[in-house]
Design a protein around this ligand. Sequence first.
Ligand code: ZN
Length: 134
Amino acid sequence: MNKIEHIGIAVSNLKASASLYEKLLNTAVYKIEDVPSEGVKTAFLQSGPNKVELLEATGEDSPIAKFIAKKGEGIHHIAFEVDDINAEMARLKQEGFVLLSDEPKLGADNKLVCFVHPKSAGGVLVELCQDQKA
Ligand code: ZN
């Protein structure tokens, strides 16, 4: 795996949290995007070389709605950039990690993504993401 691509933060109100993080990081949100495959609306901020992804649920059965109901707002996942998501998924499966999907899905920011179950990753939801080749 390569660098941390972004940190995902679950929020209940994207607009309110976007302005909070704009103040905190002293930078403007550069992209807002719906991700229907995950039932979320996302906002991205860049801080130096790092990205923060804010995630708001778009429906009650969204994983973000469930997360906030259980744990409240806060850090939701850590995403790592990979060059070949299929190869990484196969490697992790081989190592005994539980993946949340059998195939990569289309995620935010034009990436192919796959999540690793937190129960198999020390309580942390890990996202793999690979840049989509156009
Ligand atoms: Zn993410």
